[in-house]
Design a protein around this ligand. Structure first.
Ligand code: SF4
Length: 261
C-alpha cells in the first residue's frame, strides 16, 4: 500500500514539473523590472562604445525632438513645475500650471503667497503642504539671495528648499541648456538597466555610470529620450518590445515576445 502511494506521489510531482517546463518554454513571461542593487551584480554592464553609439543612434531616430514634457516659459516656472512633479504625472502638473502661473506670475508672488491659497492651487498634485513649503522657501531664497533669478550652478540650486540633484539637473538642462548631469528618474532607472548600461538601482550611481559612457552633448537629450521611450514603448509592466526599434540591441530579462496562439 505504502509503495503504491509513493509511486503515485512521484508521478504527480513529475507531471507538475513537466507542465511548468512546457509553460516556460512556450512563452516568455514578463516580470516587473528589477534593477540590481548597487554592488550586487558580478557581470559588468555592456557599455562597449560601439553598442552605446548604436543605442544613441536608435534613440535619435525614434525621438529626434525629445524634450521636457513639463510646460514652462522660463526656468523659474520649470523649477516650480519640477517640484510639483514629485509623485505626480507631468500631465496633471501641466493642468495645474495653466491656472497657477497666471495667478503667481513672479518669484515674489510665490515667496510671499498666502500658504493656504497656494496649497489649494496645487492640491491636485498631491503632497501639497510639503510642496507649498518647498515652493515658498525656494522662491523666498531666489528673491532674497539670488536677486530674483534662478541660479545657474548645481551647488547654488541645491541650497534651495525642495531641490535635490534631479531637480537641479532638470532646471540646468531644460531651463538653461547646461549639461551638468544626467536626469535620472524612474524611467531612466528602468531603461538604463534593461539596456544593460548600468547595474545600479540608485540614481546617484546610475548617473555616474551614464555620465562615464555618454558624450556630454548627449546628457540632456538622452534622459528625455529614455523618458519618452519609457512612457510610450518600454513601459514598466509589459514593455512593447515588438514596437521597439532598440529590440536588436536589448537583451533585458523582461523583454516580451510575440506569442503564437
Ligand atoms: S526591447 Fe523591450 S525591454 Fe528592450 S528597450 Fe525595447 S521595449 Fe524595452
Amino acid at each position: 500500500m505504502a509503495k503504491k502511494l509513493k509511486k503515485a506521489k512521484a508521478k504527480a510531482s513529475a507531471g507538475k514539473s513537466t507542465k511548468r517546463s512546457v509553460a516556460r518554454a512556450g512563452k516568455a513571461k514578463p516580470s516587473a523590472s528589477k534593477p540590481q542593487a548597487p554592488g550586487k551584480s558580478s557581470a559588468k554592464p555592456n557599455t562597449d562604445p560601439k553598442r552605446v553609439a548604436a543605442i544613441l543612434a536608435k534613440l535619435d531616430e525614434a525621438y529626434p525632438d525629445a524634450s521636457c514634457e513639463l510646460k514652462h516659459e522660463q526656468p523659474f516656472q520649470l523649477l516650480i513645475s519640477t517640484i510639483l512633479s514629485a509623485q505626480c504625472t507631468d500631465v496633471r502638473v501641466n493642468a495645474v500650471a495653466q491656472t497657477l502661473y497666471p495667478k503667481f506670475s513672479t518669484p515674489e508672488k510665490f515667496a510671499y503667497a498666502n500658504p493656504a491659497e497656494l496649497e489649494q492651487e496645487i492640491r491636485p498634485t498631491g503632497f501639497f503642504r510639503n510642496k507649498t513649503k518647498s515652493i515658498m522657501g525656494a522662491s523666498k531664497k531666489i528673491v532674497e539671495e539670488f536677486g530674483g533669478r534662478v541660479p545657474q550652478t548645481r551647488e547654488e540650486l541645491l541650497t534651495l528648499p525642495g531641490v535635490a540633484r534631479k531637480t537641479a539637473n532638470v532646471v540646468l538642462g531644460s531651463g538653461f541648456g547646461i549639461a551638468a548631469g544626467v536626469v535620472v528618474d524612474t524611467h531612466v532607472i528602468r531603461l538604463s538597466n534593461r539596456l544593460d548600461l548600468t547595474h545600479h538601482s540608485d540614481p546617484k550611481h546610475i548617473e555616474q555610470d551614464l555620465m562615464a559612457i555618454l558624450p556630454q552633448n548627449k546628457w540632456i537629450i538622452f534622459s528625455h529620450q529614455l523618458i519618452w521611450h519609457g512612457r510610450r514603448v518600454c513601459v514598466a509592466r509589459k514593455p512593447r518590445c515588438i514596437e521597439c526599434n532598440l529590440e536588436k540591441l536589448c537583451y533585458a530579462k523582461d523583454k516580451t515576445y510575440a506569442t503564437h496562439s
